[in-house]
Design a protein around this ligand. Structure first.
Ligand code: ADP
Ligand code: MG
Length: 361
């Protein structure tokens, strides 16, 4: 279905925003630390026009579902809550928003850790900014998106996903200091590209494990007398902590230092080494990997043309990301990796690039 078919007229405007993958800086955001995401080629497009009545009408082509919203007394649940949240945070910021008709279509896989939710929010806010000529910049779009997700979709998220979707593109990585929001957009290492693979293992323990790690980091920071682990730069200090807080803190400190090293400018080879070290640290010190992720990461690390690989996202299942020499990722590459992975009894999937590479194996 098209916008025209659903709403009986063409859209007034449209805007897009990409999904994202985090290359380095995992489990650092809630420690006030540093992250290094980049945009992926898949994106979400929102077509927008004025509603013909007093309701907002939101249609998702991906879900083939339409939701109509009358007012704030009757907030929607599900996918429309992200967009309703965007409209409400704009109102709270003082803007008058008329009833809207929105049509959503996306190539970002939903719920795979590539941040389809941030892409949806940023694309919606961009489209509304365009339609109503609102004087908001890209950082404000990210902040409004985060507020929408926290207060209307009920997800306690950081700011990384929305900043990446709003500020990065596929040629650039976003260095972000999650405490100060100081940031720098940098080119991807020359001669390198990205592959993201789904391990096929769901993130079952993700939320309990995530909350436990957060609590451990808070306790480690308290024992070290700092506001957050980001304030520790000398890894030796973590040795005074009891098990397992010493290893949890060591991961955060070394991970932040790895991101800061990239900021100085590194070769793709060095970038890859830092990703490999990040995975080892997430596996051994932070203990958020699982055998499937270790297997897939090891296969990638041992494949010709790969500079480095690691799990990405919270862990306990989910996806891996690798930095690969430009031009290497093709059907043969995908078949080679997927075939080896399947020999270990798992079924993986290439998420990025989205070139139908999964049919290769
Ligand atoms: P991720 O952001 O990693 O993809 P989330 O669970 O944070 O996973 O967000 C996924 C949710 O975002 C979906 O369940 C849906 O509610 C919403 N969403 C994202 N993209 C779309 C879309 N194109 N159409 C409808 N809903 C979407
Ligand atoms: Mg999300």
């Amino acid at each position: 279905m098209t916008f025209q078919q659903i709403f009986g007229k063409p859209p007034e405007t449209q805007a897009s925003a990409p999904g994202r993958v985090n290359l380095l800086g995992e489990h650092t955001d809630y420690n006030d630390g540093f992250v290094l995401p980049t945009a992926i080629p898949q994106n979400t497009t929102v077509q927008l026009g004025f509603s013909s009545d007093d309701k907002h009408h939101i249609y998702s082509e991906n879900l083939q579902e339409q939701i109509s919203i009358l007012d704030v007394e009757h907030p929607p649940s599900g996918f429309a809550s992200y967009i309703f949240g965007c409209i409400e945070v704009l109102k709270k910021a003082g803007y008058t928003i008329p009833p809207l008709a929105l049509y959503v279509n996306s190539s970002v896989p939903m719920g795979s850790g590539l941040s389809s939710s941030a892409a949806l929010e940023v694309a919606s806010l961009r489209a509304i900014r365009q339609l109503l000529n609102l004087p908001i910049d890209d950082v404000e779009i990210a902040q409004l998106s985060q507020q929408a997700e926290i207060h209307y979709a009920g997800v306690q998220c950081g700011i990384m996903d929305q900043m990446a979707s709003s500020l990065a593109d596929t040629e650039h990585i976003l260095f972000l200091d999650t405490r100060t929001l100081e940031r720098r957009v940098m080119p991807l290492p020359t001669g390198a590209e990205i592959i993201v693979m789904d391990s096929g293992v769901p993130r079952t323990l993700a939320s309990s494990g995530y909350n436990q790690r957060r609590a451990e980091c808070e306790e480690a920071a308290r024992l070290l007398g700092v506001k957050a682990l980001r304030d520790v730069t000398d890894v030796k200090l973590t040795e005074t902590l009891p098990e397992p807080l010493n290893r949890r803190a060591r991961h955060v400190v070394t991970e932040n230092n790895r991101v800061l090293e990239v900021l100085q400018g590194v070769t793709p080879e060095r970038f890859g080494q830092l990703m490999n070290a990040s995975h080892a640290s997430l596996r051994d010190d932070y203990e958020v990997s699982v055998p499937a992720l270790d297997t897939l990461v090891e296969i990638l690390q041992n494949t010709a043309g790969v500079f480095g690989a690691r799990l990405t996202g919270a862990g306990f299942g989910g996806a891996c990301v690798a930095l690969v020499a430009s031009g290497k990722v093709d059907a043969r590459f995908a078949a080679h990796v997927l075939e080896q992975y399947s020999q270990s009894g798992y079924t993986g999937r290439v998420l990025v690039p989205s070139l139908g590479l999964n049919d290769a194996a």
